[in-house]
Write a protein that binds this ligand. Structure first.
Ligand code: HEC
Length: 496
């Protein structure tokens, strides 16, 4: 190189370095950009991130059965192997069909809609049963076609709904009776309606209601072991610190009391409700297994481990939803419970990795074993159903399933003028209530809003806003305001 060119290069390099240093110094000291945040951009919530870090035990693989299912909760397979999913937030029960049996849903249809917070679902003698927030109902169901064949009818009404734990779980037992868990209305309190905080049993037609067991704060999941015992998960109360009380697995027997609200864990008097209830506490039944505090165990399923390693014989799989009521987040995984010969229970990770350095990527909610032996897990945070199988290769590939059934643009029923007017009103509400605090478009908020037009129409988004998923707060919007916000959000985040 000739001398002048060398000089020129040196000058240019020095100049560029200076500019860079100056720029960074300006950004940091002037504070126009939070450089720290830019450099350590926390993993924004993006379903595509989920795949890379989710772990399953050796020999198992995890794949995506379906995605874009807002608030998907309880899962139940029909005799034909179609998967029914309850969507309490949207008021719907949907059916997913895997026509080519490749472990990914190909079709999705709405079976029932307009229900009030439908959560628990189960089949019994040709009926599909549904537990709404305040009622139980059923519809006759043709397993061969996957269609309902009668109008949906409520068979029990006037159940205590609302408040905390308004989702009810419903399952038929080996005794052909219907069991419904009714969570408490509060964190800790004495209930006005004695059915809250209990497991209630009915005849299949909804008659003969009887409280089967009490003192269960929120037994969102229960299942029968091979020898016919009922095991129920239960979530311990909040506000007694990060590590107390434990969440529970209870062996539920008729007439027993499991402590809430008077006792926590193993007959330990509750600081607020224990005093004066000593006799009751002494009779209360201790859990058979403690989960860590605030892990929030929800769905439980005893699995048939044929073809799986020996240690899964007689095991149960439990979804730990995780809790925001803890300074350091914990839970957010799926575990397996194993009974040894002495009846002692040990807990192992089954699917983990939904917690990424404090950022939540998913919240497992419910578990069911499919006719193919695979374990299906709903995640009501990312709206995904995972499929965990042994001795099979599969991949978490989120996104592509969603494209298959993208909803029609629901704003087409509005005139342009209406869209403009509602848009303006919606935007004003969005600003007034500072939604941006959690929904920052740069991905640094709690949750990035995207593709809303693919997931919702105005009606379903309004319904979501009426009763959002925690930790999204509930705002005091009336119907018109919810409509305006929904139009604004769908218009702003239509999805491609
Ligand atoms: C305190 C934080 C917070 C605030 C404030 C907040 N949200 Fe949310 N929002 C969330 C979180 C977290 C979720 C995800 C909840 C879930 O499904 O688990 C969410 C979910 C949503 C969803 C559903 C997104 C989807 O992909 O299904 C919509 C729509 C929404 N919020 C709109 C709003 C609007 C409109 C406002 C203001 C009126 C608002 N949010 C205020 C935290 C917040």
């Amino acid at each position: 190189m000739t001398k002048p060119i060398k000089w020129l290069l040196a000058i240019v390099a020095t100049f560029l370095t200076l500019v860079l240093v100056l720029y960074i110094a300006m950004r940091v000291f002037v504070g126009a950009v939070d450089l720290d945040a830019v450099l350590n951009n926390p993993a924004e919530f993006n379903p595509a991130n989920v795949g890379s870090q989710i772990q399953v035990p050796d020999g198992f693989s995890i794949g995506t059965f379906a995605a874009d299912l807002t608030g998907a909760r309880v899962l139940r397979f029909s005799d034909e192997g179609d998967l029914l999913v309850s969507m309490p937030k949207l008021g719907q029960i949907i059916i997913l069909k895997d026509d080519d049996s490749d472990g990914r849903a190909d079709r999705r249809e709405v079976l029932l809609q307009g229900l009030n917070g439908p959560n628990g679902i189960d089949f019994f003698e040709g009926w599909l049963y549904v537990a709404e927030s305040d009622a139980l109902g059923r519809v006759s169901f043709d397993h061969a076609t996957g269609l309902t064949t009668s109008p949906y009818q409520q068979i029990v009404t006037g159940l205590p709904g609302g408040g905390n734990h308004w989702k009810k779980t419903l399952r038929f037992g080996p005794d052909n009776l219907m069991y419904v868990s009714m969570g408490s209305s509060c964190n800790v309190c004495t209930e006005d309606d004695e059915r809250r905080g209990t497991l209630v049993r009915y005849s299949p037609d909804g008659t003969n209601e009887m409280i089967f067991a009490r003192g269960l704060r929120n037994s969102a999941g229960f299942d029968w072991s091979a020898n016919g015992d009922i095991y129920a998960t239960d979530n311990g109360r909040d506000l007694l610190g990060d590590d107390y009380p434990p969440c529970e697995l209870n062996l539920v027997t008729e007439g027993a009391h499991y402590g809430w609200p008077y006792a926590n864990g193993n007959q330990e008097p509750d600081p607020d409700f224990g005093a004066g209830n000593e006799a009751l506490i002494e009779k209360s039944v201790a859990p058979v297994h403690n989960f860590k505090a605030h892990n929030a165990p929800l769905g439980i399923e005893f699995i048939d481990a044929e073809g799986m390693p020996e240690e899964y014989q007689g095991a149960a799989i439990v979804a730990l939803h995780g809790s925001w009521n803890r300074s350091e987040k914990d839970g957010y995984k799926v575990v397996s419970l194993h009974w040894n010969a002495a009846g002692e229970i040990s807990e192992r990770d089954f699917v983990s990795g939904f917690l990424d350095d404090g950022d939540v990527l998913g919240r497992p909610a419910e578990v069911v074993q499919g006719p193919d032996g695979a374990v299906y897990i709903s995640d009501d945070y990312s709206g995904v159903i995972y499929r965990v199988a042994y001795g099979e290769q599969q991949q978490l590939q989120l996104g592509s399933v969603a494209d298959a059934y993208s909803a029609e643009n629901s704003l087409s029923s509005y005139t342009n003028d209406d869209v403009d007017r509602l848009n303006t009103a919606g935007k004003a509400l969005y600003n007034q209530y500072q939604c941006i605090a959690c929904h920052n478009d740069n991905g640094r908020g709690l949750k990035t809003l995207e593709n809303l037009g693919l997931k919702y129409d105005v009606e379903t988004l309004s319904e979501y806003l009426r009763r959002p998923n925690a930790p999204m707060p509930q705002f005091p919007f009336d119907e018109a305001q919810r409509e305006a916000l929904s139009v604004y959000l769908i218009d702003r985040y239509p999805g491609s």
